[in-house]
Ligand binder design. Sequence first.
Ligand code: NAP
Length: 475
Amino acid sequence: MAATATERKLLIDGEWVETGAWHEVRSPYSGEIVARVAKAGADETRRAIDAAERAMLSPLPAHKRAEILVRVAGSLGRRHEEVAQTICAEAGKPIKAARVEVARAMSTFTMAAVEARKLAGEMVPMDGSQAGAGKLAFTLRLPIGIVGAISPFNFPLNLVAHKIAPALAAGCAVVLKPASATPLSALLLAELELDAGLPPGWLNVLVGPASEIGDVLVADERVRLISFTGSGDIGWGLRERAPRKRVNLELGNATPVIVEADADLDDVAGRLAANAFSFAGQSCISIQRIYVQRAVYDGLLERFLPKVDALKVGDPADDETDVGPLIDGGAKDRVLAWIEEARAAGAEILVGGSLDGELVRPTVIAGAGPELKVSCEEVFGPVCTVTAYDTLDEAIELANGTRYGLQAGIFTASIKAALAAAQRLEFGGVTINEAPTFRADQMPYGGVKDSGNTREGPAWAVREMTEERLVVLEL
Ligand code: NAP
């Protein structure tokens, strides 16, 4: 183990628990053990659900929930660097991106506190029909019940925050299973929640075999909602297996961006370089497919490619690093194989396409046909394609030519083109003159088609995690 490696226990019913079995967390950059974490299985998962059920028998008033959420945001601010270093160590995320993630998680908790304070039902206009005359009716918004939360490796803090903060705002207890590769940020966040005064059972964190923990969350009827962020096959599979639960899915994308001839090319080139390769492309809205109007194709590449070449590849702990490792060797081999598939099919590698030490260099591919994996599947690596088009109709068709639909973007000076794209791009969100990688944490965020079936962002997630109860009063 590295000299700084730590041991972490699981959180069940407000207690830090050992199980006798351990899970090792390794640095994706050095391969060194960063920490070992107590390993949970089906028994611990059932105990966690029991604890969550007990917790919800004594509901916390909204103002207390909001106070806890605000305190967690404050702790994240005070321990900002420690939390960022944890993300960097376990995920291999460049430290400057990890610091941004911590700031974003503060925002997620702050916005969730706002939602806790204003959680309310609505009046029903009963005198609008003869049947309702003489009655008063309104709805209460009640917590849906226990939330089973399953999170991915790529935002190990903020995507956990997007589940546990709205759940507490809604008044729901949580059983959380973070990604096995990156459980340390989640456990640190759980520690901050306890320090902020969260009573036992409201948050339980389990690290261990995904299918074993997942199976219990699926089978146990007390878990009323599963909030899953990760890959499509696993997410849709969970949904099929739990037809009586709400199963909210935030899944992948093959993010397209359209660059019209009237766009500000210098601005666009900078934004594309920053948003196609950040965290080695391991963001669900990392720019993957760039469609450029033919008249400015060469002009954009002249500006874009040198910026890609200038990105610093290396140790994620280095303040200067832009692009670090992929999460593991399997991901690295898969991304290299997809680049090779494109090369073998006649596509041109304009930049990158090879390793820098053990790290995949930022790679730009031209002439990649739509059937190639780099075009139609989610790369989740530091790779993008560039393709020329003639008309906006053609660009929109190309952008829509995917089973995914999370976010897409367009750069243009024309309001008409921008609004046409906003209306016709089949995605959950469309950015105009901003990279589709943009996300502020209060936004409704989520996909259509294979990219998911829900919206996160505290206001939207709280709605999902509550149910309306109708109250009718005879006057
Ligand atoms: P993943 O392999 O699907 O894992 C996500 C989570 O699911 C992990 O906690 C994983 O646990 C767990 N899991 C795996 N098998 C399971 C099972 N049978 N039952 C229950 N849980 C199971 O995804 P990832 O590689 O961590 O993340 C990358 C994917 O997430 C990409 O597709 C990306 O686009 C997507 N993503 C989407 C969003 C969004 O908001 N739309 C945001 C970020 C990422 P283990 O780690 O223990 O295997």
